[in-house]
Write a protein that binds this ligand. Structure first.
Ligand SMILES: Cc1cc2nc3c(=O)[nH]c(=O)nc-3n(C[C@H](O)[C@H](O)[C@H](O)COP(=O)(O)OP(=O)(O)OC[C@H]3O[C@@H](n4cnc5c(N)ncnc54)[C@H](O)[C@@H]3O)c2cc1C
Length: 335
């Protein structure tokens, strides 16, 4: 693998300590709504106590863990594992790495199914298996977990050697809650991680958070307070389905960055900067295109020869998905 001078040295992440087939028993330690207001969505901040399992202390901010729902699916097979990003810092919610958390959105859809008597005849409600099961758990309930998963979406070994553009949609905010805690708040006094902490980073950090409605913003107060306390951190909530307050605000995260490219240019031009994007599959398409149109893609993506002669504004979604690859300075976690 080629290492370029500005590539970040990422933290060494442990992976697959526990496999889904041998998922271990943990306990729900908290479960609270974390939306800003009353919304048509339901999202909970859920704490999971890993005490007594081999997973205790193994997670880094940005990684995810697996949840295996008990029982079997409609075909009689054990439920497959579902992954959830951790929303906690590497030292956990407790400072000890024992309690991790996630940001779980209930999957609630209308999907007609004529083969399913419960969902034919005009009653097509479909409830996602794992997200609803997890959101229904009470404090103290058992949850079978696996992991850690993912090694690329983690902070660098020396976080202050870089500046950051964090882009999130929906529950894609989860890893940034953990990372920002680590970058700006730091471990509590009793935490063993306190020894290695050198104080809040002075790096520039911008978090662009996309939500359909203001009521759907997640951990909104926490991010606002963090931005007030740390002038080097800017929080940009972007609302896609409400009338615009300020001319120029785009409906989605990439429109927002695109419309403010001159504001973001110094950050994006700097070879210290890393981009992390997490959330809905496909969110990277608009980001890559906006960067390329502004001539700022170099360092963050590589463009395949097949489309290098085409103007970036003419690239199709399919071309971007197939022919643009993020570099080591651009981390993607989309699902
Ligand atoms: C790396 C990673 C990190 C993630 N992090 C998070 C996170 O932090 N928070 C979060 O909330 N989610 C996260 N997810 C998504 C999560 O893993 C689940 O996919 C999500 O919770 C939905 O799972 P579910 O079991 O509730 O839905 P499922 O039951 O798996 O259904 C998923 C979809 O499949 C379709 N479907 C399935 N079965 C049927 C059927 N019988 N009839 C019709 N349609 C059907 C539906 O369209 C439905 O939306 C992450 C995923 C990945 C890969």
């Amino acid at each position: 693998m080629t290492v370029h001078p500005n590539d970040p040295v990422l933290r060494e992440a442990r992976m697959h300590v526990v496999l889904p087939g041998a998922a271990v028993s943990a306990r729900i330690s908290s479960s609270d709504p974390c939306l800003r207001g009353k919304s048509a969505s339901f999202v909970r901040h859920i704490g999971v106590d890993l005490a007594g399992t081999p997973l205790d202390g193994t997670f880094l901010a940005g990684q995810s863990f697996g949840v295996v729902v008990p029982g079997t699916d409609a075909k009689g097979r054990p439920h497959k594992v579902r992954l959830y990003s951790i929303a906690s810092p590497s030292y956990g919610e407790d400072g000890l790495g024992r309690i991790i958390s996630t940001t779980c959105k209930r999957t609630i859809e209308e999907v007609p199914d004529e083969n399913d008597p419960a969902r034919s005849d005009g009653h097509p409600l479909f409830l996602g298996v794992c997200s609803n099961w997890l959101c229904d758990r009470a404090v103290g309930d058992e949850v079978r977990v696996s992991g850690p998963n993912g090694k690329r979406f983690v902070l660098p070994v020396d976080p202050s050697a870089h500046d950051y553009l964090f882009l999130a949609t929906g529950t894609g905010i989860a890893p940034f809650r953990g990372m920002l805690h680590e970058l700006l708040v730091g471990p509590p006094e009793h935490s063993p991680a306190r020894d290695g902490w050198t104080g809040p980073t002075q790096s520039r950090i911008h978090l662009v958070m996309g939500s359909p409605y203001r009521t759907d913003l997640l951990y909104d107060d926490w991010f606002r307070n963090l931005a007030t306390a740390h002038p080097n951190f800017s929080y940009h909530p972007v609302i896609s389905r409400e009338p615009l307050l300020h001319p120029g605000h785009g409906p989605h995260t990439h429109h927002y960055v695109d419309a403010r490219m001159e504001y973001f240019r110094p950050l994006l031009e700097s070879n210290r900067t890393l981009i992390y994007a997490c959330g809905l599959a496909g969110m990277q398409v608009g980001i890559f295109q906006a960067l390329a149109v502004a001539g700022l893609d170099s360092g963050y993506v590589t463009v395949h020869n097949e489309i290098s002669a085409i103007a970036p504004s003419e690239w199709t979604t399919e071309q971007i998905k197939r022919r643009i690859r993020p570099t080591h300075r651009c981390m993607l976690e989309v699902y």
